[in-house]
Design a protein around this ligand. Sequence first.
Ligand SMILES: Cc1cc2nc3c(=O)[nH]c(=O)nc-3n(C[C@H](O)[C@H](O)[C@H](O)COP(=O)(O)OP(=O)(O)OC[C@H]3O[C@@H](n4cnc5c(N)ncnc54)[C@H](O)[C@@H]3O)c2cc1C
Length: 334
Amino acid sequence: MLSVSRAALLRAPVRAASTFAPFPNTLPEDFIPYTLEKKWTISPDSKVLRFQLPEDVLKEHKQELWNTYRWCSTCLPEGPLSILKAPAGVKVKAEIGGAAVEKSYSPVSMVWEDKYMDLLVKEYKPVSGGGGLGKYLCDMELGTKIDMKLKAPRNLAGYPYHPNRFKDVVLIGCGTGIAPLYQMAHMILANRDEKTKVWMVAAHRTEADILLREEFEQMAAFSDRFKLHVALSQPADPEGWNTESTSKSKPWTGSVGRLDLETLRATLPPGDKPSTMTVVCGLDGFLETICGPHVRIQIPGKSTLKKTQGPVVGFLGELGFGTGGRRGSEVVKL
Ligand SMILES: Cc1cc2nc3c(=O)[nH]c(=O)nc-3n(C[C@H](O)[C@H](O)[C@H](O)COP(=O)(O)OP(=O)(O)OC[C@H]3O[C@@H](n4cnc5c(N)ncnc54)[C@H](O)[C@@H]3O)c2cc1C
């Protein structure tokens, strides 16, 4: 059983702070159709799907940006969606087998791309009564459309990310949970004015399941502000899939087995280091082990429960992450 220190529980109040900043009023807030332009396979069960950004809708937004920044051309955000900030999110909607299905995805393209948006989608085997949206998306024909809506910018400790807001950003994800983390890491490392260090920990099953491996390894090779650790629960690739890029002949140098407390202790900066933002994304069980689950609370006058961050417990609680405060160590569960 997971041991949770009393100190970690006590210092981590349940917060009901807003998860999203206001939606930018010049971007389309509703579902609109996006056309699939390209798709490619990146692991035995995952694809990247490239959707065109609808020109006509973004034109108005671009005009608004020009109006806002016309006195300072160097302040102009680099692309029409950059106002959304990483980690960006979308809702995708489809009718599958007569039922309406709506689920969240995290773009892996950069928010400043002005022609397309890439989604990394895992093709879960549909179950009866399930959504089947992952398979539906992966099976889409090029040139066909799907309804998506952009989510408002995600708040991290009160408001959306901006450069150099934190000294250290720790990103921990499993499976497709690495998608929003990849976008954040890329955004921070691509900005030469940023001094923030990024500590990325990814957990996958086999070598073939590692998502965006080349991209992360390039970040680690080219930036001394980026540290990468990959944990594999089953390092051998039983199906020999994609052997060329998975350097099967070389021994696995990351950790083996489920991500544990000692691996995180050895890999991450000290948990109570001031100005540290930690973002964790993955399956419910993974979140629970790493930092504790989301908590749903009743808001007076509302019929539905509100999903909140919940206390920081699990391994990150043990290591002292999430001490809070303006200049403290914060943990956000996506
Ligand atoms: C904020 C957020 C961001 C997300 N970003 C992405 C993303 O970038 N890429 C991506 O592929 N998915 C992402 N997801 C998960 C996504 O929303 C769907 O839950 C997922 O695609 C499964 O939907 P489905 O209709 O294909 O599965 P279903 O047909 O409903 O289920 C099929 C099988 O998959 C299992 N399953 C369902 N959901 C999950 C899940 N989340 N994890 C593991 N197993 C599951 C079910 O138990 C079942 O066995 C995100 C979820 C959230 C909440």
